[in-house]
Design a protein around this ligand. Structure first.
Ligand SMILES: Nc1ncnc2c1ncn2[C@@H]1O[C@H](COP(=O)(O)OP(=O)(O)OP(=O)(O)O)[C@@H](O)[C@H]1O
Ligand SMILES: [Mg+2]
Length: 250
């Protein structure tokens, strides 16, 4: 083979890819992934599903061939002020140090715990499998290796039914899990053939959090805005009443 074929400097995209790879997979993240895989929570990380501001999500498989979603929070470039807003004042995370790494690790643990509480409350969401440092392993919500699309990309055909599911989610969060989700939107709800699945639970806080009320009102506003756009004409107060009407019934 000719010598120039080995000149890496000519392959700029490869170099770019290497930089991106190094940003996500720093040494400590690689060892966190390694630890989770030696514990057999997954076997192979196969491909990237989503690259977000705060996290990358990958498709992985375990030894039995089950699909897994592996969410890797970035330790370098996340929005720490935002994270802190949902951790400061959280009774479950009082002892967390305020440095970047500790916050991201606490955030990962928080998402795991929230998903568990949501599962127990009967909310459709990914079953959490394991976490370590900034890596969370969970059930993969999709088919044939492809994640189900968020409502933002694929609105429900039956809007009334979707609204009823969203309201039931909010009621189960509030009355059963004692959580306020805090970022309820068409981006964080996957549409599994008309069944809504709530993902991305890192920011959810206990109802005893000092800002829980404010976060709850914002979630109601988001639901009202989204479903009004879909033609249902709901106001925030109406959504609130619909949620409260389910008290004792979920
Ligand atoms: N359990 C899962 N199964 C399948 N796909 C998933 C799962 N979790 C996340 N995804 C995919 O990754 C995308 C982003 O996920 P998510 O909303 O949790 O992360 P994010 O918004 O990037 O995170 P953050 O808002 O914390 O930065 C989803 O829209 C979906 O395509
Ligand atoms: Mg999200």
């Amino acid at each position: 083979m000719a010598k120039e074929e080995f000149d890496l400097k000519k392959f700029v995209p490869l170099e770019e890819a290497r930089k991106t790879f190094a940003k996500v997979f720093d040494k400590s993240t690689i060892s966190a992934l390694h630890r989770l895989s030696t514990k057999r929570y997954f076997k192979v990380v196969e491909y990237v599903i989503s690259t977000g501001k705060e996290a990358h999500v990958f498709h992985a498989v375990d030894g039995a061939g089950n699909s897994r979603a592996v969410k890797v929070y970035k330790t370098g470039t996340s929005d720490f002020n935002r994270m802190n807003m949902y951790i400061d004042g959280e009774p479950r995370f009082e002892k967390v140090k305020k440095n970047k790494r500790s916050l991201v690790f606490a955030w990962t643990r928080k998402e795991f715990k929230n998903l568990l509480l949501m599962q127990k409350a009967g909310i459709a969401c990914p079953m959490p499998v394991a976490f370590h440092e900034n890596v969370l392993v969970m059930e993969f919500i999709g088919e044939k290796g492809k994640a189900f699309p968020p409502l933002k990309e694929k609105p429900a055909k039956d809007v009334k039914k979707a609204y009823a599911q969203a309201v039931e989610m909010l009621a189960r969060l509030l009355f059963k899990a004692e959580l306020v989700y805090g970022d309820f939107s068409e981006y964080n709800i996957l549409n599994q053939k008309e069944k809504l699945i709530l993902i991305d639970a890192g920011q959810a806080v206990l109802t005893s959090h000092p800002n829980a009320e404010e976060f709850f009102e914002r979630d109601l506003e988001n639901v009202a805005r989204y479903f009004s756009k879909q033609g249902l004409e709901k106001g925030r107060q109406q959504v609130k009443e619909d949620v409260k009407a389910l008290k004792g019934k979920v």
